[in-house]
Write a protein that binds this ligand. Structure first.
Ligand code: SF4
Length: 439
């Protein structure tokens, strides 16, 4: 058998790591992985429920796949496949749809590659999905997204993720360590710890067995991994002990991404978030007091139902004052079966867009100010394998994006550099003794 499979992933880091995990299962079963346009026998499309127009996007990719390889067997997995299996099964050309648990048995489900007149659906109710399947991505060998936790027990009113991914559940610490060692042995220098609600790590079969902090302490001892980054952590779960540990850690880098979602306590309440803004400000102050160079990223949603002009200004001013480094701005959009979609006070689309624009501008200013504060520092950069207009880039431990003239020798290397200035495109230029860098 020489079957070829191609993957297409929509959505978050978790989806990317799961696509990689499913990809390894195909490889073990004797498939070769090819590019989307390489006329594969099987397509795996990993969908996302958070993506705007998930349905349209899915249809478009199926169409493109069939254009490349008209007889290819088309399988759809991921959050959207769990939420709307019937709709997806109706898309012309789709052969198989698998839910949150079934996606990891995809290889076993594919036997005969004859296209089906009607798609078959394997999908159990999300309330029954309780197994944890580990996975990690291997991209350009520089950085790996390691999934250690899945699902979420919170009930933020705008979010479909608990409906698509189920209850909070985690890998065991022993298993995570084993995978981290495997990743280290493959030459990867940086692990990004990934989960739906990462800070809630430690629940297995509905029981809390340990905590995220236990995992952090254990991972810090894994030889061979140079850097560990925490992808995102809820502010109420980012404890003093985690902050203090990271400050003196050998491997955990000084970078936190902390969802805020709104700087208005009224809106935080409507979102059913588990903190008020004072707690958020306290976390940022705590981090900055012991790690002044720490990078702090913030998720924020604009245009949530009931968000008045005053509420938005409240958020804007709060963020403006906060010592943070960049924002990820999301424009609220209604999601079926969420309480927020039924709330009064919908914000007009044009207002949502205006607010998003204002926060994007604020984000650029914050990033620039953070980069500016780092100029003159000596920093360690991990260079990546991309090349654009003769330049490559990399990140410092505290997530400053650095550019340098492309040199294949530098790929996946850690280099000490001095941060000199901000280039017109916003990245930071550097010098190094051997003068192989820009300027
Ligand atoms: S914490 Fe809230 S926003 Fe995050 S996955 Fe859970 S329910 Fe969704």
């Amino acid at each position: 058998m020489n079957r070829k499979v191609a993957f297409y992933t929509l959505g978050c880091k978790l989806n990317y790591s799961e696509t990689s995990g499913i990809g390894r299962m195909f490889t073990q079963a004797g498939y070769s992985t090819v590019d989307f346009t390489d006329r594969p026998d099987v397509y795996v499309i990993n969908t996302c429920s958070v993506t705007e127009n998930a349905d349209k996007k899915c249809r478009k990719i199926v169409k493109e796949a069939l254009k490349v390889s008209p007889d290819a067997y088309i399988t759809i997995v991921g959050c959207y496949a769990q939420l709307k299996p019937k709709e997806i099964a109706e898309i012309p050309g789709v052969d198989m749809v698998l839910g949150a648990a079934e996606k990891f048995q995809l290889v076993d489900h594919i036997t005969d590659l004859t296209k089906r007149p009607k798609a078959v659906v394997y999908n159990q109710p999300i309330t029954e999905v309780n197994t944890f399947v580990p996975s990690y991505s291997i991209g350009d060998r520089t950085r790996t997204f390691l999934k250690v936790q899945d699902g979420c027990d919170y009930s933020c009113t705008f979010c479909t993720i608990p409906l698509a991914r189920g209850a909070s559940r985690s890998d065991t610490i022993a298993n995570v360590l084993q995978q981290a060692q495997q990743i280290a042995a493959s030459g990867v220098k940086e692990i990004v710890l990934t989960g739906v609600n990462l800070g809630d790590f430690g629940i297995r079969n509905g029981q809390r067995e340990d905590r995220f902090f236990d995992l952090v302490k254990a991972l810090d001892e894994v030889e061979g991994i140079e850097r560990i980054r925490i992808s995102s952590i809820e502010p109420n779960l980012l404890t003093d002990e985690i902050i203090q540990f990271v400050a003196t850690s050998k491997r955990f880098v000084p970078h936190f991404h902390i969802p805020l979602q709104s700087g208005s306590d009224k809106i935080l309440g409507l979102m059913r978030r588990r903190y008020k803004r004072a707690l958020y400000a306290d976390r940022v102050a705590k981090i900055k007091a012991i790690m002044p160079d720490c990078c702090i990223g913030v998720d924020v949603i604009v245009g949530f139902p009931g968000e008045t002009r005053e509420d938005f200004i409240d958020t804007y001013n709060f963020l403006h004052e906060l010592d943070i480094s960049y924002l990820h701005v999301f424009t609220y959009s209604e999601r079926e079966n969420t309480p927020a979609a039924e709330m009064p006070g919908a914000v007009p689309g044009s207002t949502r867009a205006d607010r998003s624009k204002m926060l994007h501008i604020l984000s650029d200013k914050k990033r620039r100010a953070f980069y500016q504060s780092q100029l003159g520092n000596t920093a360690e950069v991990l260079f990546e394998g991309d090349i654009k207009d003769g330049y490559m880039h990399g990140f410092t431990r505290n997530y400053v994006k650095v550019k340098a003239k492309y040199d294949p020798v530098l790929v996946n290397e850690l280099k000490q550099v001095q941060l000199t200035n901000i280039s017109p495109d916003g990245d930071v230029e550097v010098t190094e003794a051997e003068e192989i860098f820009v300027h």
